[in-house]
Design a protein around this ligand. Structure first.
Ligand SMILES: CCCCCCCCCCCCCCCCCCCCCCC/C=C/C(=O)SCCNC(=O)CCNC(=O)[C@H](O)C(C)(C)COP(=O)(O)OP(=O)(O)OC[C@H]1O[C@@H](n2cnc3c(N)ncnc32)[C@H](O)[C@@H]1OP(=O)(O)O
Ligand SMILES: Cc1cc2nc3c(=O)[nH]c(=O)nc-3n(C[C@H](O)[C@H](O)[C@H](O)COP(=O)(O)OP(=O)(O)OC[C@H]3O[C@@H](n4cnc5c(N)ncnc54)[C@H](O)[C@@H]3O)c2cc1C
Length: 633
């Protein structure tokens, strides 16, 4: 995949016209968009220049370059889909010749990824946009036959992108071959006007993501060359012959890429929320612990540590697991390039459950960070509300969480059946065979013991799901109905699997590298990993009591160890968030700035409110005064 250079933060942050005189929250919807395009265009120019002198390397973990834009935009960058999905879709799904053709203008075009429709987001086989081959003219004719077939949601589609990759049902000689991807120009490069036969616009204000320019797109007999179908995996020849893909799900590959990446993205979201809330908790003094002593830093309340330190640990867990998952992704992509698709189902299952858990956890943990800052966390200037609305969008986009967990459950049930038949399983699910062969020992109150216990929960719940499905089938339900009847437990199995994976990878990756770290760093990282695992053992104590030999006494000891870890981490808490190394200009928070001048920054920001430009707002004389005087007694 393409690699984009990471411009030095100093370079980007030194550009004056990237700074905002008026905070974004005081701009109108339209001004917000225009402002973010102004800043995004400067960034786009910088990336264009930097990319000219760089060789592109394959499968390198995506740079965090766009995170600088997070700070500059303080919201979502409408150019992001160009980098996150449009270019990766072309490099993953087009032939080398097509890539050279479609990307020949480099940064001269701006694209998005138009898959979701007004009527369908999850069920891709139900998408209604059609691409019908016209043999005579060697073209595809794109149509949106119904209102529900309009593309709806793609980022940058409303007013920013001039090209897109479109997912449409392929029709050749009257036969439908299912969803395929097409390279489509949608606006004139010079005038930016929508091309004839298209209806384009933005979908309106949202809970967040309000600078992402999510849009709608309708086709009316819109023609593109036959060669504009991305033909790496399947082809349509000039004579109308359709050549099938070796695996029709390769078409969905771009989604896997973003799902894999989101783990790292959520690590970064959480690092920001933790930085803001821990620093603020070190500055804020409120109430007493000992009645005869001064008010304490709220970070000295153990319950505040319980609320916040899990976010520090989780950010590291997602970062480390994100790198592990990226390595798996790169290896599987390499195998696919050599013609082997054996590990694609495993990668799909891993990316589905880990994307879901990381985005859900980021959501509730950022909210927990906000709440831990009291009223000031509720200010837009804290940046915690924006972090929350941006992070929680990821629970839905790139595959809604319920749907993706069911995909992982599908893989767990298949693996369970293979274990029952004595087949060998990939390492990520081999514990199912071990469970089946009853190789698990007595509970141990150690990180490894906890990981083994969490795996036992996965195996136990998966077994229960398999038995539930079998029970419904034996009562006369079709398999799909029995699956639906068992879906509450199937979701539980996937959630348990994802948690066990995160705990296992976090602990063992830290353990693996600890010998290469300075003693102090190794100690602190292990404390964070142990805190994470112990936190989740206590959260999942019910399941552990059902599926393992853990005792009440073991749980009491775990609770004691957990509280010890909070105390051990407390002295390093501020140092740990400082080590995320997020500059104030990118953190964008009055509560989390490095210098701790919280109250001065809050007041400076408040005075920027347009309402404070005058002491008496005109509405007093216009509306209030007449009423007050009329009813004055
Ligand atoms: C200004 C300049 C500066 C800018 C900055 C510069 C940047 C520089 C660098 C940047 C790098 C960027 C890196 C990335 C950044 C990421 C940040 C995030 C930003 C994102 C913003 C929002 C974007 C959002 C996009 C979208 O939402 S796209 C639309 C997403 N939609 C979905 O996910 C749809 C979900 N539905 C499905 O996946 C499927 O339909 C289904 C799986 C749910 C059901 O499908 P189906 O019914 O067909 O399948 P079955 O259930 O029957 O299963 C059949 C078998 O198919 C297998 N399967 C299914 N899916 C897949 C798959 N994806 N891969 C492999 N296999 C798959 C199943 O496993 C079944 O197999 P089996 O039969 O063997 O069991
Ligand atoms: C901020 C944001 C940005 C986006 N950007 C893009 C983009 O750039 N490009 C793009 O193409 N799309 C984009 N999307 C769309 C996104 O991919 C879809 O919203 C997502 O795939 C869910 O589809 P849907 O909204 O149609 O929900 P539906 O598929 O209608 O699902 C609604 C609910 O029904 C339930 N459900 C659905 N199917 C099942 C099932 N099989 N089993 C059990 N329950 C089920 C789930 O609870 C689900 O939440 C974006 C969305 C958001 C919010």
């Amino acid at each position: 995949m393409k690699c984009y250079p990471v411009p030095r933060e100093n370079l980007v942050l030194s550009i004056d016209n990237l700074k905002d005189d008026i905070p974004e929250e005081y701009l109108s919807h339209k001004e917000c968009y225009e402002n973010v395009i102004r800043k995004g265009s400067v960034l786009y120019d910088i990336f264009s220049e930097l990319s000219k002198d760089r060789k592109h390397k394959a499968h390198q973990a995506p740079s965090n370059a766009y995170r600088i834009s997070d700070g500059i935009m303080q919201n979502v960058n409408p150019f992001l889909l160009h980098f996150a999905l449009f270019v990766p879709a072309i490099t993953n799904q087009a032939t080398p010749e097509q890539q050279a053709e479609f990307l020949k203008h480099g940064f001269g075009i701006i694209g998005t990824y138009a898959q979701t429709e007004l009527g369908h987001g999850t069920f891709l086989r139900g998408l209604e946009t059609t691409a019908t081959l016209d043999l005579e003219t060697d073209e595809f004719v794109l149509n949106s036959p119904t209102l529900t077939s309009y593309k709806w949601w793609p980022g940058g589609l409303g007013h920013t992108a001039n090209h897109c990759v479109v997912m449409a049902q392929l029709y050749v000689k009257g036969k439908c071959h299912g969803p395929h991807l097409f390279f489509v120009q949608i606006r004139d490069i010079e005038t930016h006007e929508p091309l004839p036969g298209l209806k384009l616009g933005e979908i309106g204000a949202k809970m967040g993501f309000n600078t992402a320019d999510n849009g709608f797109l309708g086709f009316h007999n819109f023609r593109i060359p036959r060669n504009n179908m991305l033909m790496k995996n399947s082809q349509v020849l000039k004579d109308g012959t359709y050549v099938e893909s070796k695996n029709e799900k390769l078409t969905y590959g771009s989604m896997v890429f973003v799902r894999v990446y989101l783990l790292s993205d959520m690590a970064y979201m959480l690092a920001r929320a933790a930085t803001i809330s821990v620093r603020y908790s070190a500055v804020r003094h409120q109430s007493h612990i000992k009645p005869d002593e001064p008010e304490v830093q709220i970070l000295d309340f153990v319950i505040q540590q319980h609320k916040l330190f899990i976010s520090i640990a989780t950010s590291h867990a997602f970062k480390i697991c994100g790198l592990w998952l990226w390595q798996t992704y790169s290896k599987v992509m390499e195998d696919i390039g050599k013609g082997s698709m054996d590990r694609l189902p495993e990668l799909h299952a891993l990316s589905c459950c880990l994307k879901t858990t990381s985005t859900r956890d980021a959501g509730w943990l950022i909210e927990q960070c906000r709440l831990a800052c009291g009223g000031h966390g509720y200010l837009m200037s804290s940046n915690l509300p924006s972090l929350y609305t941006t992070a929680t969008a990821a629970i839905t986009y790139e595959g809604e969480s319920t749907v993706l967990l069911l995909q992982t459950a599908r893989y767990l049930i298949k693996s369970w059946k293979r274990a029952m038949e004595g087949e060998s399983l990939p390492a990520t699910v081999s514990f199912l065979s071990e469970y089946f062969n009853k190789r698990y020992n007595k509970w141990e109150n150690t990180p490894k013991g906890i990981v083994d216990g969490l795996k036992l929960v996965v195996a136990g719940v998966t077994k229960m799901c398999a038995e539930s499905i079998q029970k419904h089938v034996s009562r006369g339900q079709q398999y799909e109905e029995a699956w639906n009847s068992s879906s509450v437990q199937l979701i539980k199995a996937s959630e348990a699997y994802s948690r066990a994976l995160l705990c296992e990878v976090f602990w063992f990756e830290v353990d693996k590298v600890s010998s290469t770290l300075s003693n102090n760093l190794a100690v602190v990282l292990k404390q964070l990993a142990e805190l994470y695992i112990t936190y989740w053992a206590l959260e999942k104590r019910g399941d552990l009591l059902v599926y393992t030999t853990i005792s009440k006494d073991d749980l009491d000891k775990l609770q004691e160890r957990y509280e010890e870890l909070l105390a051990l981490i407390r002295p390093n808490a501020v140092g740990l968030v400082d080590s995320f190394d997020i500059r104030d200009e990118i953190l964008c928070s009055t509560l989390g700035a490095y210098d701790g001048r919280v109250y001065e920054r809050m007041m400076e920001h408040a005075l920027k409110s347009p309402l404070n430009a005058e002491t008496v707002n005109q509405s007093f004389h216009k509306y209030m005064k007449p009423v007050i005087l009329k009813h004055k007694i």
